[in-house]
Design a protein around this ligand. Structure first.
Ligand code: AMO
Length: 427
């Protein structure tokens, strides 16, 4: 497209005298009568375009004054050093083109002078994300996903895509979204669990997937979504301890990437890279720390909070009672009441669950039955265990929870472009 574009981040006193073309939004227009400051904003920041009435062409001055805020502009002009302007320069325009005008009034104020409620922001997400602080969260989320991908790839993991339309539950029936699939009932995937395990029978050996999972959870909280981005791995010839160590490595890589990112300052938080190894707390000790939890019960939000306050940093809960974990987790061979399942916890919430899996088809069938489920519905899965299934282990890590806890964001909806919750289906 025509003249080369200069991002605002490239501007500096060293460019004085050069002609540039800025492409961005009319962030702010300050009309001082004989002087007009037009602030142009692009993804990288803002630049000041200055028009002096006595010097600028009369048409240019009059039309600049009438530009509706948030219109898309193409500004061509000359760079001039100006110590008082952002980045130490201003642009003296020769041409200002309104590429796409904005209507007024705006649905919300992207300059943050008038703060908007979360609902208003989510209803106008395209405009909310014009705010640098909001946009930074998503750019950092992209960094987190990239750091995790690079770490897994460097460890020999292959990225896979598994189906999201399924005939049966994977994690248990309660939180399923039924859909109509031609003349049959089907469900949105709660997890890639069964498919990533089948890839162990297929010989892919180490796989990962970063994709959506769907949970029909009724509760309306700051940490639950109905559509989540899950980072899932599965690895052959690894046990629960091996995949916990890998989870630590992945989480630390994500923290490190964010802590060192130039995108962090706009968010206004400090990110401290956690030290490894994370503490391993067996379930029995965890319920003592929590108080008030009977052996065999799951930990509720209150218990998680109580333990989190005592521990103060990321930790694992290990050796869970077999019966409160899904059918696919491996019971301890010498004490089958306990399992090789673990959860990774941030002091504020659970981030990940994983386990070494059962690879023996008889035991797996028995566990499916003991959960009151019908082995026939799992035939496609059980079949993969009968012809040589390597021992294997894996975990699922919630991307949104990782990002929100790392950045100290209170509401999970802040780190989802278009969150899906009980109320929210549009936009
Ligand atoms: P689990 O059900 O614990 O495990 O899910 C794994 C992680 O996904 C995230 N998560 C959620 N985040 C926000 N809102 C929700 N409603 C929600 N549900 C889940 C959490 C959670 O720790 N198949 C196993 C994983 C495995 O064993 O490999 C599973 O799905 O961060």
């Amino acid at each position: 497209m025509s003249a080369p574009r200069t991002p605002t981040s490239a501007l500096g006193p060293g460019m004085a005298g050069r002609e540039v073309t800025l492409l961005g939004w009319a962030h702010e227009i300050r009309d001082l009568g004989g002087l007009l400051f037009l602030v142009v904003r692009d993804r990288e920041g803002t630049a000041q375009v200055t028009l002096v009435k006595a010097k600028a062409p009369p048409d240019l001055f009059a039309s600049a004054r009438a530009i509706p805020r948030e219109s898309v502009l193409r500004v061509t002009g000359t760079v001039k050093a100006e110590a008082k302007a952002p980045r130490g320069v201003e642009v003296l325009p020769t041409r200002i083109e309104v590429v796409s005008p904005a209507m007024s009034p705006l649905p919300m104020d992207p300059t943050e002078k008038v703060p908007a409620e979360l609902d208003t922001r989510l209803n106008n997400r395209f405009m909310d994300l014009r705010r640098p602080a909001a946009q930074a969260l998503f750019r950092l989320k992209s960094e987190v996903a990239d750091a995790i991908r690079s770490t897994l790839r460097s460890r020999g993991f292959i990225e896979i895509q598994t189906p999201k339309i399924l005939a049966a539950a994977t994690e248990g029936g309660a939180s399923l979204f039924p859909i109509s699939y031609f003349d049959r009932e089907a469900f949105l995937a709660q997890s890639p669990q069964l498919y990533k395990q089948m890839m162990m029978a297929a010989g892919l050996d180490r796989v990962y997937e970063i994709g959506p999972i769907f949970r029909a959870e009724e509760h309306d909280t700051h940490k639950h979504l109905n559509e989540v981005t899950s980072i899932d791995i599965e690895a052959s010839h690894m046990d629960h301890n091996d995949v916990m160590a890998l989870l630590e490595e992945v989480v630390v890589a994500a923290y490190r990437r964010v802590a060192e990112s130039p995108l962090l300052p706009p968010v206004g938080v400090q990110v401290k890279v956690p030290e490894t190894p994370f503490r391993r707390i067996p379930y029995d000790e965890a319920i003592r720390l929590a108080g008030d939890i009977r052996w065999g019960d799951d930990l509720d939000t209150r218990a998680e909070k109580a333990i989190g306050e005592k521990v103060g940093h990321l930790y694992f809960i290990t050796d869970w009672p077999t019966d409160i974990k899904p059918y696919y987790v491996m019971p301890h061979p010498d004490n089958p009441r306990l399992s090789r399942a673990f959860d990774l916890m941030h002091p504020k919430m659970e981030l990940s669950s994983g386990a070494q899996r059962i690879h023996d088809p008889q035991l797996l069938t028995q566990r499916i039955k003991s959960k009151g489920l019908a082995p026939e519905s799992f035939e496609f899965y059980l079949k993969a265990f009968r012809y040589g299934m390597p021992p294997h282990a894996g975990w699922g890590l919630g991307l949104e929870r990782l990002v929100m806890t790392m950045l100290g964001v209170e509401n999970i909806r802040e780190v989802v472009l278009f969150p899906r919750d009980r109320q929210r289906l549009v936009p």
